[in-house]
Design a protein around this ligand. Structure first.
Ligand code: NI
Length: 657
């Protein structure tokens, strides 16, 4: 509160409408998807039996978008990846929705499409019907196959001759002992099937000998199986008596000084477009473009556990329908998402994206102890979020915009840890024994954010800052001197960088064409607190494919075909499209339209308390103005005192009376 101002005289401002031009970045509508699908099915080469992997909006390049903002047109076009049961490879198509025509087609004969939900279900059915698998289960004392769970993990690329050219899944299994029971408490260790996902042919069943028994103790999280809990805490309600302070129209949103468009793709899920503060551009596009989860156990079939949840499965397709008062608290605006099924049908995920405001604690405060005068502003955040479920794990992504010009991303991981079995009291060194006979292997979750930067417009560069302590000298007689040094990362190879705590290394994106009041390029700094040291060998089958994890930032010039850090086609890939390969071109990344890629995540040595269901663990990053504004942009906020606040035990407002 600002003690000099009477807050009661201030009325909340009406939220400004979002800029209309942002609506052009909205995802494809169901009608547009249907039109595009009909065009593809009518194509003589592709035909009605074509299988659809991804359908999303072909987004404008930076140059196209600038031309559009200058009064040009932005055509609605679909970008579609399709494949065929009988023909190897993937076609990538651009379909004009207005002209109902395929305007570009490229066939990638060695590529494989990602896994679709329908295919994951058929993998389970086919493996459970395989006589070799049934026999392996029988040897483990399982006579009724109905309780056997087969999770379809992507098979990677391990150089097996019989897997070449196929879409391969390598499965892991668990035992369900009750319909709603937690089957991850009962891993069937040492039993894996290798299956051609497209044809359904089970190539092999790997039944390892000397495997530990199936742990049969139940560990449930469903209230149906748990004793009555203690009485709940008293209600905590979020009340906004005058409504929300954002406005949204056709995916364009305006809140406080921020404007942006909210996109959604089957692969990445949530996408933010053209993020601006007070009309000034910061980020042209932001999304989590990949997640790889390498597991550390080489035992039994676990060496193949290296799954790409975005590139092989799709965060968007696996997004949850959110529930008011559960997933989201307060006054909530939802957006539905429309993705595609295998046959091109529209799959609508209702309430896929949640938009709301949150109190964010104090934004800033100062007490002048000489005068006794205090000035304080509480913070508020706009939160844009979605949650997806990939097999055993949930990933909840939250973008926060605050009143001081900061963009923050938080990923919360929850759900159920992947489990294996061990002889009780004898866990292998790669796993935590979380319950007797039940292990959870060490692993990492490494995300990669793709940030198409446009700090104060086009022409951006990335600058690395390292701090150095100085030796004793005549000019440093007391040894206290240390200073920071900025270096522009001018080419792709120079800009492939790892964190370094010894110099408190950091990175900022600058616009050398726009100078601040002190003559420095305006900038946004990447705050990167969750850099993960990769633990798998670069040259192994999994390390080659996940080469984006080798560095914590990469910078590339914008190229519309370089959308993902592990490549466009990740399933069973050879890694040749990954960032480590792309940057070998060593293109210029100075004062141009750049993409900043940030790898970050979680190094997960599993705890007993992560089971039977894991409380959220989180990681993320933020982009904070660093010489973008002349002063703190939240310096002069209207004073607001929350009138619903009371002293504990009272039930009426006691402040400000
Ligand atoms: Ni984990």
């Amino acid at each position: 509160m600002n003690e000099a101002v009477k807050p009661a005289t201030l009325k909340p401002a009406a939220a400004p409408p979002p800029p209309k031009h942002l609506q052009a970045l909205a995802p494809l509508t169901p009608d547009e998807i249907n039109i595009a699908v009909a065009v593809v099915k009518a194509d003589p080469e592709l035909g009605p039996g074509v299988l659809f992997e991804n359908i999303d909006l072909r987004e404008p390049s930076p140059a196209e978008y600038r031309a559009y903002l200058d009064g040009g047109k932005l055509p609605r076009e679909a970008r579609i990846n399709v494949n065929h049961l009988d023909v190897p490879g993937v076609w990538q198509l651009i379909v004009s929705v207005a002209d109902k025509a395929i305007i570009r087609r490229t066939h990638f004969p060695a590529a494989r499409a990602g896994f679709m939900v329908e295919q994951m279900i058929s993998v389970e059915v086919n493996v459970k019907n395989d006589p070799r698998f049934i026999e392996a289960c029988r040897k483990r004392g399982i006579s009724d196959m109905t309780g056997v769970i087969v999770d379809s993990w992507s098979g990677g690329n391990f150089g097996h001759e019989d897997e070449e050219g196929r879409l391969i899944s390598h499965t892991f299994s668990w035992l369900r002992v009750h319909e709603f029971g937690n089957y991850y408490a009962h891993p069937i260790e040492g039993l894996n099937a290798v299956i051609d996902v497209k044809t359904g042919e089970v190539l092999r069943v790997d039944d390892y000998t000397d495997h530990p028994p199936i742990p049969m103790t139940r560990y449930d999280y469903d209230p149906e199986f748990l004793p009555p809990p203690d009485a709940p805490l008293k209600p905590l309600d979020v009340v906004q008596p005058d409504g929300v302070s954002f406005t949204i129209k056709d995916h364009a949103i305006s809140w406080d000084k921020w404007t942006l468009a909210i996109g959604f793709t089957p692969r990445e899920g949530l996408v933010l477009h053209d993020i601006r503060f007070d009309g000034r551009s910061v980020v042209r596009r932001a999304a989590i473009a990949e997640l790889v989860v390498p597991y550390g156990s080489p035992l039994y079939g676990h060496a193949r556990q290296n799954i790409f949840d975005v590139g092989e499965y799709g965060f968007g397709k696996l997004t949850n329908s959110l529930k008011l008062g559960c997933d989201c608290l307060g006054q909530i605006q939802y957006l539905d998402a429309h993705v595609n099924g295998l046959k091109g049908e529209v799959v609508t995920i209702e309430k896929a994206v949640c938009i709301h405001e949150e109190d964010a604690g104090i934004l800033w405060k100062h007490w002048d102890f000489r005068t006794g005068r205090t000035v304080l502003h509480r913070g508020r955040k706009l939160v844009i979020s979605s949650i997806c479920t990939v097999g055993n794990y949930e990933y909840a992504q939250y973008w926060y915009l605050d009143q001081a010009g900061e963009i923050e991303f938080e990923m919360k991981a929850t759900g159920i840890v992947n489990t294996n079995a061990c002889h009780p009291g004898q866990p292998d060194k790669y796993s935590t024994e979380i319950q007797p006979g039940l292990g959870a292997p060490i692993h990492q979750h490494i995300f990669c954010a793709r940030l198409d930067m446009a700090v104060d417009g086009g022409g951006n560069s990335v600058v690395e800052t390292n701090s150095y302590m100085e030796p004793f000298s005549d000019s440093n007689p007391y040894g206290n001197a240390f200073h920071a040094v900025d270096t522009v990362l001018k080419t792709e190879l120079a800009a492939a960088r790892r964190a370094d705590l010894s110099t408190h290394r950091s990175w900022k994106v600058v616009n050398p064409n726009k100078l601040s009041q002190v003559g420095k390029p305006v900038a946004y700094k990447l705050h990167a607190p969750n850099c993960v040291t990769p633990m798998i060998q670069d040259d192994g089958p999994s390390g080659i494919r996940s080469n984006f994890i080798r560095n914590h930032i990469w910078v590339t010039p914008f190229n519309e075909n370089e959308r993902y850090p592990a490549g466009e086609f990740v399933a069973n890939s050879d890694g040749r499209d990954g960032l480590a390969e792309l940057v070998k071109q060593d293109r210029n990344v100075e004062n141009t339209d750049i993409v900043l890629w940030h790898s970050f995540g979680l190094h997960h040595v599993v705890r007993a308390e992560d089971f039977p269901v894991q409380p959220c663990i989180s990681c993320g990053f933020s982009l904070a103005p660093a010489g973008f504004f002349e002063v703190n942009p939240s310096n002069n906020l209207p004073p607001v005192i929350n009138r619903a606040s009371v002293l504990a035990g009272e039930n009426k407002a006691s402040c400000c009376s």
